[in-house]
Design a protein around this ligand. Structure first.
Ligand SMILES: CSC[C@H]1O[C@H](OP(=O)(O)O)[C@H](O)[C@@H]1O
Length: 395
């Protein structure tokens, strides 16, 4: 049974259904995903979107496809060959978010290790019994991998929410104390936290709770009645006005919608505890690809002395890329910018540039909130993301 903010419903092993986000908030329509092609199309057309959500839908589309009654695999090799071809196809759906690539690459590695165990490490014995993996075991492993992605994402987001809320509370006291000349330990009674967010990074972009919006949810839970959220429209897909506003109203979190062009004027007009955004791909140095408009929010945050915080599960971190210069930025059809709901918004004949993401350099980012904790810059003023992950994964 779908809940109102649920983007993905998986009823293993055969049924995957998504909420068609192109129609929100005006219509609630659930769409079955029965095979790879339908999964690829749902991601490519942005019926489902959000870096974590598209990775989960891609893998679960592969699950329901391989479990389809008509789909038989006579040998392990035939299954693995189909898996490899399917993963390459799914990876063509959208290029910028790393989550889909990370999830499917890890899936391929794990299933190959299962299908073709390397016995080279096995001790030599006089009588060897080789246990061959069956297609059924591989399909089961694929199903469990997809289910684990759903479960892990929600847990990651709850941790991100907790770490991020605590960080903003601490910064609020620090900032308030500085503003009032008080010591950082001076209790500030009845603080009101004001945060600005961009795009949609909530339950609709993930398996639940959300990343940047997950931080806002956690902050709201801890400070009921003492938070006000500003969200940008996020043209041209309007993730903010259509999806984030929808989630904030659903959760009864006090919030105000602004146009993208109002952000600097907003920061100039009132105190802002933080700008909190999501991420599609964070590179090893902390450069972050996120929804178009994020970069200019980071610039205005810097100018106004407002903490700029990125919320990113480690599944959105790409340590293979040294900097953001190497990130592929998706360009969407210009028609998505020139019209809305089939209504033309611009003069006929005008050209349009429609990049779906931009890259915010690490120098404009104060903190990266992950499920392992908050990454801040070291004494050299840079992020050591690899070192942070290795340290916290070993704990
Ligand atoms: C936790 S969602 C991360 C990221 O994905 C969104 O992009 P899109 O709506 O195009 O899939 C946006 O950039 C969010 O910040």
């Amino acid at each position: 049974m779908f809940s109102p903010l649920q983007a993905i419903l998986f009823e293993p092993p055969h049924q995957l259904t998504i909420l068609d986000q192109l129609l929100l908030p005006f219509e609630t329509v659930h769409v079955p995903i029965r095979n790879l092609q339908e999964g690829h199309r749902a991601i490519h057309t942005m019926q489902v979107r959000g870096a974590p959500a598209i990775a989960i839908v891609a893998v679960l589309a592969l699950v329901v496809d391989t479990y389809a009654a008509h789909h038989t695999f006579p040998t392990v090799d035939s299954f693995m060959s189909y898996l490899d071809k399917s993963i390459r196809y799914l990876q063509t759906s959208r290029p910028t978010a790393v989550n889909l690539f990370e999830a499917t690459t890890r899936l391929s590695r794990e299933l190959n290790e299962l299908a073709y165990p390397s016995d080279s490490s096995a001790p030599t014995t006089t009588t060897t019994t080789t246990t061959t993996t069956t297609v059924g075991q591989l399909k089961r492993a694929l199903l469990e991998y997809g289910q684990a992605m759903l479960d892990r994402d929600i847990q990651d987001n709850k941790h991100i929410g907790q770490f991020g809320a605590e960080y903003i509370e601490a910064r609020h006291l620090d900032r308030q104390a500085i503003l009032d000349g008080l010591t950082a330990t001076t209790p500030i009674h009845n603080p009101t936290y004001t945060v600005l967010t961009h795009c949609n990074t909530g339950a609709l972009a993930t398996a639940g709770w959300g990343t940047a919006l997950g931080i806002i949810r956690s902050l709201n839970f801890r400070s009921i009645g003492r938070i006000h959220v500003y969200c940008t429209e996020t043209r041209p897909y309007n993730q903010g006005s259509r999806l984030t506003a929808y989630e904030l109203v659903h959760d009864k979190i006090p919030a105000t919608l602004i146009t993208d062009s109002m952000a600097s004027a907003l920061l100039a007009s009132r105190p802002m505890d933080a700008i909190v955004v999501g991420a599609d791909r964070v590179t090893a140095n902390g450069d972050t690809a996120n929804k178009i408009g994020t970069y200019q929010l980071a610039i205005t945050a810097q100018y106004h002395g407002v903490p700029f915080i990125v919320a990113a599960p480690t599944t959105s971190i790409d340590l293979k890329l040294a900097t953001g210069a190497a990130i592929t930025i998706e360009e969407r059809p210009k028609e998505e910018m020139l019209s809305i709901y089939n209504m033309r918004l611009a003069a006929q004949g005008i050209q349009a540039w429609n990049p779906s993401f931009d890259v915010t350099p690490a120098c404009l980012i104060e903190a990266i909130v992950t499920e392992l904790g908050v990454i801040t810059k070291n004494d050299q003023g840079v992020f050591d993301i690899k070192g942070f992950i290795e340290k916290h994964r070993s704990l």
